[in-house]
Design a binder for this molecule. Structure first.
Ligand code: ADP
Ligand code: ZN
Ligand code: MG
Length: 478
């Protein structure tokens, strides 16, 4: 047993997710991404003297949706506070956030790794505003873009219930998925709409007391999160084994070197001089308001998967693939309302359609419509085309708005299964090849393949082989 095995990692995550509102949290400026710098700013989000914030109602609604989806208790009253710190991307010199009275408390999210399910407690979710963005090294200078300043975020704080990098990665994936399925976050990691700080400590297996934690800042990739956390845990174990103590620090992660590095020694709460925001009233949400939002919640992705497995007979793997994005889930559900055999549909969507699907945030682009897919599968079921031809037909309608039936007709793809039609063709083939017919009847039965081949040639391969064989057997015997 290695010394590493005598320790366990203890991880708690703080996730910042941008709410998908059209306008900022406390003013009417647009939240759009990628526009020219400093084009979405006003006295409120710039913190000019005398400008007063007003809460965007959509922020409360989306935070409530997120809280309910994560099993939280929504608070009747929550309070905004000022978190004071000085940084160039923070124009007001403080961030409006929620402190001791956040909007959501006590939720949870189940995470499964290696067949073991862990219920991760969600301590709180609070509303806050994002800062602007500093860009360094532009013509040798650092410049600040305040378009993002004041964009609404929720911060989702877990209890330290995660025990490995893999579990933390899975928790993030599930959380990301829930927020996207609820339509409150676009899930765009590259654009920073979903960011994670990981608090990591280690302790001897079997002990209860929490070790000193290190906060890893802004790990924006699911790929690196597990690696960064496990690497940080190993670093701490080596320090402890050497007899050193862990310093409570904030560290960054260098994905290339696979190492964390010190950003700063952790500031304490008192450094922020939190106090209630005097310019905003408490946020009061009635029970009726919360109940109405609860009744309108879309199904959770985990519930969808369970339903597909239990009621439709999909494998957990297939259910996972088809719930990989809200757009894919919707496509599958829409196609199911047009075509009943969920298993055939699931196979076809996975083997053909998903190859060509592209997603960007909450958008998903499909090269075909649910209607086209349903019609292709119906043509197979009706025996009009073969399963193999279904792939050819798919390739012919992909990225077009053509009806599969029209393409089948135009290309003469339909399987000729009609016995009298095949008999007429077979008769003409036999008449045109009297020598081969005589040889066959004299015992050279291997010539059957020759006749089948001739018929297939005349029908461009679309004759139903079973019918062809039956008809030939009858005609040649006579
Ligand atoms: P702070 O008040 O400094 O922000 P919190 O108590 O709010 O600290 O915890 C912040 C995050 O750190 C939470 O996600 C929590 O689960 C996690 N955390 C707290 N203590 C530890 C620890 N010893 N090891 C790992 N994670 C921890
Ligand atoms: Zn503004
Ligand atoms: Mg905290």
């Amino acid at each position: 047993m290695s010394v590493l095995d005598s320790y366990e990692s203890v991880i708690g995550l703080e996730v910042h997710a941008q709410l998908l509102t059209r306008t900022k949290a406390f003013c009417g400026c647009a939240t759009s991404f990628g526009d020219p710098p400093n084009t979405h700013c006003c006295p409120v989000c710039l913190g000019l003297p005398g400008a007063l914030p007003v809460l965007n109602a959509e922020v409360a609604r989306m935070a409530t949706i997120a809280g309910l989806a994560l099993g939280c208790k929504i608070q009747n009253r929550s309070v905004f506070s000022r978190k004071n710190y000085f940084y160039p991307d923070l124009p007001k010199g403080y961030q409006i956030t929620q402190y001791d009275l956040p909007i959501c408390l006590d939720g949870s999210l189940d995470v499964e790794v290696g067949g073991r399910t862990t219920r991760v407690r969600i301590r709180r979710i609070h509303i806050e505003e994002d800062a602007g963005k500093s860009n360094h090294g532009i013509a040798g200078e650092s410049v600040v873009d305040l378009n993002r300043a004041g964009t609404p975020l929720i911060e989702i704080v877990s209890d330290p219930d995660l025990r490995s990098g893999a579990e933390a990665g899975e928790y993030l994936k599930r959380l990301h998925e829930v927020l996207m399925f609820m339509g409150v976050n676009d899930g765009n990691l590259e654009q920073g709409s979903f960011r994670c700080d990981a608090n990591v400590s280690v302790r001897k297996v079997g002990t209860e007391a929490l070790g000193t934690r290190v906060e890893l800042k802004n790990i924006n990739s699911f790929r690196f999160v597990a690696e960064a956390i496990d690497g940080e845990a190993r670093r701490q174990i080596h320090l402890l084994e050497r007899g050193d103590r862990i310093r409570q620090q904030t560290r960054g992660y260098n994905a290339e070197k696979k190492e964390s590095y010190v950003l700063r020694d952790k500031e304490s709460e008192s450094d922020y001089r939190y106090f209630p925001e005097p310019d905003l009233p408490p946020l009061d949400l009635s029970a009726a308001y919360v109940a109405e939002i609860r009744s309108g919640l879309p199904p959770l992705p985990a519930e969808k998967r369970r339903g597909w497995v239990e009621q439709l007979g999909l494998t957990p793997y297939a259910a996972g693939v088809l719930s990989g994005h809200p757009g894919i889930t919707k496509f599958f559900d829409d196609a199911r309302s047009l075509y009943a055999d969920a298993l055939k549909l699931s196979n076809f969507v996975q083997s053909e359609v998903l190859r060509d699907v592209t997603t960007s945030g909450l958008d998903a682009r499909f090269p075909v419509t649910p209607f086209q897919v349903a019609e292709i599968l119906r043509l197979v079921d009706a025996g009009t085309i073969s399963g193999k031809q279904a792939k050819e037909l798919y390739a012919a309608v992909v990225n077009t708005d053509r009806a599969p039936e029209d393409v089948v007709r135009e290309r003469g793809m339909a399987v000729i299964g009609d016995e009298s039609a095949i008999e007429a063709i077979a008769k003409s083939v036999l008449e045109a090849n009297p020598k081969q017919v005589a040889a066959y009847r004299a015992g050279k039965t291997a010539l059957l393949g020759f006749f089948v081949g001739q018929i297939m040639k005349q029908t461009k391969g679309s004759a139903d082989p079973a019918v062809v064989n039956g008809v030939l057997a009858r005609l040649l015997a006579g």
